[in-house]
Ligand binder design. Structure first.
Ligand SMILES: [Mn+2]
Length: 437
């Protein structure tokens, strides 16, 4: 069952006059007569469908009163009331009236940004004065993957599944404790939250593509926000190779290595000698070795990083695990959740942060989920978390200083008709936004 509010929203899109703010509606109608008499108008629609009649209903004032200054709420109440009033007669605005269609309130249409967020070109230096506290940016790259390609279409699919996130329509998780801030409604907060679109990445040379991604991240980081001196970036992958570039840029911005919480079924610290490399250097950097390089380049902490959800096979079990420790990682395996539970995992991660404000980066490979919940990924492994478990762990990290995050390895060509993998990825991004605000 959809929340009542959403049902109203959908119904109202169909009433055409739904989005007229109360003041404007009153103005339009009162030019002719008393605002509570709605029986005067007819339109060409009436001649097709006839009058729509219903029970006598209450007036605007009887139905609902608007007592706050929140512009979005006012508009919602105006829509709500218009809907009820229209049950007794169908009144449409004049054929030249456009105020109600100026607003982007269509949950299944419109230009695609994540959660209908504002967009501007964040890479163009002419826009450098525009503030960014949190940026969403796509990294359509999938030529570092060892098995299934397709993650270049991940950013588009994640945005598409975020259409139902918009002002006033936000998820209620974490024991229904409502987050005080609605990231999709600018009137509830003082952050600049922007969807920067995707960084243009060549499909023909990984060296150039990853360099482009790095420069794209750096260009966003050069902005400043209303509250964050350094913008926080949420990157939509792309295969997991892309994570190396946000880690490089963010560690440069903070001038020190960053602590990483890496949600994945695989370790991704494989020594290139073991995975991919050995013949050419070009082959060495891929979606299973990028954390080896992040360690080698000094982008991440020497110790105190965490994998969460590990369960994949190792290539050389003893060497891989020793090397993983050398890269600064501790491991929480997928089946640890049966031993210590969601809260045990949350407290392990939180207690790994030495000082409360230490910058933390979270990378979520969607293959941390079981293929039952996320079948559309590059290298699927059975026995993973449920979507609810993953979201509960992420929600439990509220309060950490999350300075950057990504969601990777969503490969839409392998998804179900109902797009459950990219829908799960959308929820992860939504949670990132709530951890950052
Ligand atoms: Mn991975």
């Amino acid at each position: 069952m959809l929340p009542l509010r959403i049902l109203f929203q959908i119904s109202l899109s169909l009433t055409l006059i739904g989005a007229i703010p109360a003041e404007q509606r009153v103005l339009t109608i009162s030019q002719h007569q008393n605002q509570n008499d709605y029986s005067h108008q007819s339109s060409f629609i009436d001649s097709l469908y006839g009058e729509i009649t219903g029970p006598t209903i209450k007036t605007f004032e009887e139905v609902i009163s608007v007592e706050n200054d929140n512009e979005w709420d006012k508009q919602f109440h105006a829509q709500h009331t218009s809907y009820l009033q229209l049950q007794s007669s169908l009144n449409l605005p004049s054929n030249d009236f456009v105020d109600d269609i100026l607003m982007d309130q269509n949950i299944f249409g419109g230009i695609l940004t994540f959660g209908h967020l504002e967009h501007f070109n964040c890479f163009n230096q002419e826009n450098i004065d525009k503030t960014i506290d949190i940026a969403i940016v796509g990294a359509p790259f999938d030529t570092g993957v060892s098995y299934r390609p397709g993650a270049r279409f991940g950013p588009e699919a994640i945005r598409s599944n975020a259409r139902r996130l918009m002002p006033g329509i936000q998820t209620k998780r974490n024991k229904n404790k409502r987050y005080p801030i609605d990231p999709y409604n600018p009137s509830t907060h003082n952050y600049s939250i922007v969807d920067c679109g995707d960084v243009s990445l060549t499909p023909f040379d990984n060296r150039l593509a990853l360099n482009q991604l790095y420069r794209g991240q750096r260009a966003i980081h050069k902005h400043s926000g209303k509250q964050n001196k350094i913008p926080k970036i949420i990157t939509l992958g792309g295969d997991h190779t892309i994570t190396l570039m946000p880690l490089k840029s963010i560690s440069e911005q903070y001038g020190k290595p960053i602590q990483v919480f890496h949600f994945d079924s695989h370790i991704d610290t494989w020594d290139p000698k073991i995975l991919g490399g050995g013949i050419t250097n070009y082959m060495s950097l891929n979606h299973g070795t990028f954390l080896h390089y992040a360690h080698e380049k000094g982008y991440i902490l020497e110790s105190g990083n965490y994998h969460v959800g590990l369960r994949s096979p190792l290539i050389d079990a003893v060497y891989d695990e020793d090397h993983d420790s050398e890269c600064g990682f501790n491991a929480i395996s997928a089946d640890d959740i049966d031993k210590i539970g969601v809260h045990g995992i949350i407290s392990k991660l939180k207690s790994a942060i030495k000082h409360k404000d230490d910058p933390v980066y979270i990378s979520v490979d969607i293959d941390v989920l079981d293929p039952a919940y996320a079948p559309a990924t590059g290298t699927m492994e059975v026995g993973g978390f449920t979507t609810r478990e993953l979201l509960a762990i992420l929600n439990g990290l509220k309060g950490i200083n999350l300075v950057g995050a990504d969601i990777v390895e969503v490969s839409p060509p392998y998804d179900t008709n109902s797009e459950i993998t990219s829908l799960a990825a959308t929820a992860v991004v939504d949670t990132f936004l709530k951890l950052m605000t």
